[in-house]
Design a protein around this ligand. Structure first.
Ligand code: C2E
Ligand code: MG
Ligand code: MG
Length: 553
């Protein structure tokens, strides 16, 4: 909306004009372009907790919490003459839980002064934004979108999803060094938030990639011009190739919209804006689904044709450094981490076949071992352990060869949730009954770990690497691991620390009472089950213990 010249506003009595202005504002303030308050009218005490007269001469930035200041600066810097920017919800400094919707406009005949209307508002949804710059995570964005869509529906607002690429941002930030780089990123976050609905619908989804939820109606190119102008001032002369593409948020059932959004985000994260961007959200979803199905088809063929290999990584006794057993990790043709493939196999019901094929190969390896000392652990998805057919198949294989007793271990992974804990526990007990040890993998990675430990009787718990890595720094995670180990001791369950990468972590894990360890310190996953790397400090113990048999129990 532009200010219409020729309307003689000043001929209207000041009181009437004020009445109109306050029709949708609790407070009116006027600031100069640097943000210093020139005039303040209205219920300052009620909405900001300060006196209106005392505001004059203060910077408007000081009125809002630090995290929202770059957004407010971007709003002010991005004002074109006459344009009004939609309200941004900013949190009030020193007044927890209080927020105001901030609308600003710069009139051409007002010597650069900016008129602002402030309206008391509900604090923005906190979900998903743990970052101090106020940008959402991807999950947070999906959650917030739902509530913003509901609110927009009530007011008849039409929204769009804008995908923004800021090529060169990560490099520019690295070039500037830690302090100036962080300042640039805060500035960019603020500028992006200022473009999003109420300032609460912007997320970072990858390096240089962002998504925004915003009102339809403006060409994304105009937004990009504003963003570039705001960011150029703090990028140290580096030019950032910013581009944006917007698709309307379609109406339809909330479930369908959520699904379409998820796939559209996948599409943008994977493909960026390089090739022909999709016109609609559904089109983005279709493209993403098609790509996923192609990949799932390839995975299905790789599994049924047994086109995978196994890598073996030692799991050592933390006191002696001697390998107790090796974990078998599947590798597909690309040789990299199988994690996304495993997740996909779970989603497309290919996981039982994959797990079965891996166990078959592990058994073949055990049978081929002439020393009779090799012990191997196979990973079993939380989904497979719930399947009667899958477990019956395992039982048949184990019963068919007495040599497998005590040498085959199963790690139940938490990559997929276990649907029925009673069924899973029954299956685990029947495998234990056949002489196999069972380990609960990734403990602490999922929300349900403690419920699993309570309901599933296992021999071993493997503590997720993210907690183990922080053990040495002695923070909260250290305390968590120590308590978990204590709990396991009481339950007579052994513990394994994974991702032990340094002697310091090993030391901390040993002090915490952990029984076994796995990680790069003892050996990376290798084509064959190699002996663990003997560490100098352990060498004398290893020599003494050589030849003794290690037991879980
Ligand atoms: P996991 O079972 O927790 O396996 C441990 C992962 O940590 C492996 O990743 C291993 O390479 C990695 N790792 C080991 N030591 C270190 C270390 O010191 N530092 C770091 N940063 N990483 C270390 P990988 O091979 O990428 O496997 C990822 C996940 O895929 C596994 O996690 C497991 O959940 C799943 N997976 C692997 N093979 C199979 C399988 O045959 N069946 C099923 N269902 N899942 C599998
Ligand atoms: Mg594992
Ligand atoms: Mg793990």
């Amino acid at each position: 909306m532009r200010y219409a010249p020729g309307v003689h506003v000043l001929s209207i009595a000041a009181r009437r004009l004020l009445g109109l202005a306050f029709a949708n504002a609790d407070m009116l303030i006027e600031i100069e372009s640097g943000g210093v308050v020139l005039l303040a009218l209205g219920a300052a005490q009620a909405i900001l907790g300060v006196d209106a007269a005392g505001l004059v001469g203060q910077s408007v930035h000081d009125l809002v919490v630090e995290a929202d200041r770059p957004m407010l600066s971007a709003l002010i810097a991005g004002l074109d003459d006459g344009a009004r920017r939609a309200p941004l919800v900013v949190r009030v400094a020193g007044q927890p839980g209080r927020a105001v919707a901030f609308t600003a406009r710069r009139l051409p005949e007002n010597e650069g002064r900016i008129s602002c209307a402030l309206l008391s508002a509900a604090a923005p949804p906190a979900a998903g934004s743990s970052a101090s710059d106020g940008l959402l995570s991807r999950d947070g964005f999906e959650a917030v979108t739902k509530s913003l869509m509901d609110a927009a529906k009530a007011t008849g607002q039409q929204l769009e999803l804008a995908m923004v690429e800021m090529n060169g941002l990560t490099d520019a930030s690295a070039l500037l060094g830690p302090e100036a780089g962080a300042a640039l990123e805060r500035q960019v976050a603020g500028a992006l938030r200022a473009e999003s609905l109420q300032g609460s619908g912007a997320a970072k989804v990858g390096d240089d990639r962002f998504v925004l939820l915003r009102e339809q109606g403006e060409n994304p190119a105009t937004m990009i011009k504003r963003l570039t102008r705001v960011v150029a001032t703090c990028a140290g002369g580096q030019s950032l190739g910013a581009a944006a593409h917007a698709v309307p948020m379609e109406s339809g059932s909330p479930a369908r919209l959520a699904r379409a959004l998820r796939y559209a985000l996948d599409d943008f994260i994977e493909q960026g804006l390089k090739d022909v961007p999709p016109i609609t959200l559904s089109q983005a979803m279709d493209r993403s689904v098609r790509r996923t199905l192609t990949k799932a088809g390839e995975l299905g063929a790789a599994v049924s044709q047994r086109r995978f290999t196994l890598a073996y990584q030692p799991v050592v006794n933390i006191q002696t450094g001697i390998a107790h057993h090796h974990e078998a990790l599947v590798r597909f043709e690309d040789g990299g981490s199988p994690f996304t493939m495993v997740r996909m196999a779970e989603e497309f019901d290919l996981i039982e076949e994959l797990d079965q094929a891996v166990v078959e190969q592990v058994i073949r390896q055990l049978k081929g071992d002439r020393t009779g000392k090799l012990r191997l652990a196979a990973n079993i998805s939380g989904r497979s352990i719930g399947s009667e057919i899958f477990v019956a198949g395992l039982e048949r294989m184990i019963k068919a060869d007495a040599r497998l007793k005590d040498r085959l271990i199963f790690e139940v992974t938490e990559s997929a949730a276990i649907d029925d804990l009673d069924v899973a526990n029954r299956h685990i007990q029947s495998l234990r009954g056949l002489g196999c040890k069972v380990c609960l993998d990734d403990f602490g990675a999922g929300a349900a770990s403690f419920a699993y430990l309570q309901r599933l009787s296992v021999d071993v718990v493997k503590i997720d690497g993210r907690y183990v890595r922080d053990l040495a720094s002695d923070g909260r995670d250290g305390a968590l691991v120590r308590h978990l180990v204590q709990l396991c001791k009481e339950l007579k369950v052994k513990t394994v620390a994974e991702m032990v990468e340094t002697p310091e972590i090993e030391d901390a894990a040993r002090k915490a009472g952990v029984d076994f360890a796995q990680g790069w310190l003892y050996g990376r996953p290798a084509d064959r089950p190699e002996a663990a790397i003997v560490r100098e400090t352990l060498a004398p113990i290893v020599a003494r213990r050589a030849g003794t048999k290690e037991h879980w129990g």
